[in-house]
Design a protein around this ligand. Structure first.
Ligand code: NAD
Length: 502
């Protein structure tokens, strides 16, 4: 039984802080629990059940049992349930956003204004997609009909990180469910609450039991075991590149399908002709939104040498003005980092950068405000590197820490931008059409934003190349990821000469 809970408004955590298996909220077999910590004041929000291998077995079994009926349901009926869920998410927006802000430190302004609407939009998009995604008829030799089925893969394991737990639950679940798969999902042990709340809403939306199962737990036990499990046909993972490698190895036993959304080191390039005001604001958003805890963050700021000083004056002025505070206050623009461990890691990068000759232009320390002293805060941090090969210019820091680099011409900008092993998202600010298109083509990156940054939409493919992983979320590509193709040949009236002439 869950020991500690806290009621906040209508939120009674006890109602959903267990494992969700076969349509029921249940304790872990081991009865283990873990505390969910509020990163703003280090208080315990609640305890929640922590699963292990025995719970994964139960969940996979439930998903296998549910699969024939769910995949056999008319696609439009699956879609209707997702559409209903999208409505319920909107009706429960305030509660979901509040839980997300308490559990992760996201400013409520973002949880309410971005995370919840995007979550609802994703379930709605794929609810509508369910009966529109179809196989093909292929023109082959005369006398034959050849067509394809797009069949669900079966039971899929999904593992998500802590930086956007609510939104990533929808990105993972919506296309998988629309395509007819059943799911066992592991949220991050740091931030499981909104994912469990979604399970609560799924029951209300009429999702049949067993179709979705949620097992909070540690990566090395629940995540690893899901990736190994012979009853799981596909594993979809969002997280770090290091864990992605372990997932690939663990998946080898039954050669399961693997989809990986991994880390990034986004280049955000500002050319001399860029609109200064728009590029300063957009570049700040690209790195400081969600405390920089975003795989697509513009964490490398590449500036043309002729505008670098003027740009940095404005950029640092803006960084200094960002309002840090209680995530639940609607005026707060930057909350705490999600865990103290993660903040320590960012401070290590401040030291690494300084040791390599980097120059702090702002931040790198905790805020002075005593009100914030219990939270895992760090000031927006701007550090100029001396070279693109420095660790702060190569490694993913995953916080409100931007590495500044200067370039002399387009060729050098492209060289620096493509000089990491990651390739997730990158942006450019320019008014020159030809340059914009050339960079869009030549950047080694799954996504490119021109005169904007970090735009996402349920219809637009999301994913990376290189160490940023493979496979795509969103849009028709996501439906392809969650289905397999079967090619069927029919002899309609073909005259097949006998091979063995007797
Ligand atoms: P992480 O890799 O440590 O953990 C991600 C998830 O994997 C967690 O649920 C964790 O419990 C689980 N996990 C850990 N070890 C595992 C194992 N051996 N087997 C299976 N699962 C395991 O990453 P994180 O620190 O939670 O998240 C930050 C990382 O995620 C960053 O690198 C970031 O770039 C990346 N990320 C990528 C995307 C994308 O779409 N490309 C989006 C968000 C975050």
């Amino acid at each position: 039984m869950i020991a500690k809970t806290q009621k906040l408004g209508t939120t009674d955590y006890q109602a959903f802080c267990q494992l969700y298996i076969d349509g029921q909220f249940v304790d872990a077999e081991s009865k283990a629990t873990l505390a969910s910590i509020n990163p703003y004041d280090h208080s315990v929000l609640t305890e929640f059940a922590m699963g292990d291998k025995a719970d994964v077995d139960k969940a996979v079994h439930a998903a296998q049992k549910a699969f024939p009926a769910w995949s056999g349901l008319p696609a439009a009926d699956r879609g209707k349930i997702l559409l209903k869920l999208a409505d319920l998410i909107e009706q429960n927006a305030q509660e979901l956003a509040t839980i997300e802000s308490l559990d992760t430190g996201h400013p409520l302004r973002d949880s309410l204004g971005i995370d919840v609407p995007r979550t609802a939009a994703t379930f709605r998009y794929f609810g509508g997609m369910a009966d529109k995604f179809q196989g093909e008829q292929i023109p082959v030799e005369a006398g034959f009909l050849n067509f394809t089925y797009r069949e669900p893969v079966g039971v899929v394991g999904q593992v998500v990180p802590w930086n956007f737990p609510l939104m990533f639950t929808s990105w993972k679940m919506a296309p998988a469910l629309a395509a007819g798969n059943c799911i066992v999902l592991k949220p991050s042990e740091l931030t499981p609450l909104t994912t469990l709340k979604i399970a609560h809403l799924m029951t209300q939306a009429g999702l049949p039991k067993g179709v979705v199962n949620i097992i909070p737990g540690y990566g090395h036990s629940v995540g690893q075991y899901l990736a190994e499990h012979s009853g799981v046909a596909k594993i979809a993972f969002t997280g770090s590149t290091g864990t992605g490698r372990k997932i690939v190895q663990a998946s080898a036993g039954n050669l399961k399908k693997v989809q990986l959304e991994l880390g990034g080191k986004g280049a955000n390039i500002v050319f001399a002709d860029a609109n200064l005001k728009a590029s300063v604001n957009g570049s700040a958003w690209s790195i400081f939104h969600n405390q920089g805890q975003a795989c697509i963050a513009g964490s490398r700021l590449l500036l043309h040498h002729t505008i670098a000083d003027a740009f940095l004056d404005e950029f640092v002025k803006l960084a200094k003005s960002i309002r840090l505070g209680n995530p639940l206050a609607l005026t707060t623009e930057m909350g705490p980092l999600t865990s103290s461990h993660h903040r320590d890691r960012i401070f290590q990068y401040v030291d690494i950068g300084l040791a390599e000759g980097g120059k702090i232009l702002y931040g790198g320390t905790v805020p002075e405000d005593p009100e914030l002293s219990k939270g895992y805060f760090i000031k927006p941090t701007v550090m100029e590197a001396t070279s693109a090969s420095q660790r702060i210019a190569q490694e993913e820091i995953f916080g409100p820490f931007v590495t500044v680099l200067r370039f002399n011409d387009d060729e050098e900008a492209l060289h620096i931008a493509n000089s990491t092993e990651y390739g997730l998202g990158g942006g450019l600010w320019t008014n020159q059409l030809q340059r914009a298109h050339k960079f869009a083509k030549d950047l080694k990156s799954g996504m490119v934003w021109i005169n904007c940054y970090k735009r996402v939409n349920p219809g637009s493919p999301f994913g990376g190349v290189g160490l940023s992983g493979y496979g795509r979320e969103m849009g028709f590509d996501a439906m392809r990821e969650y289905t397999q193709v079967k090619s069927v040949w029919v002899n309609v009236d073909a005259q097949i000469p006998p091979y063995y002439v007797r």
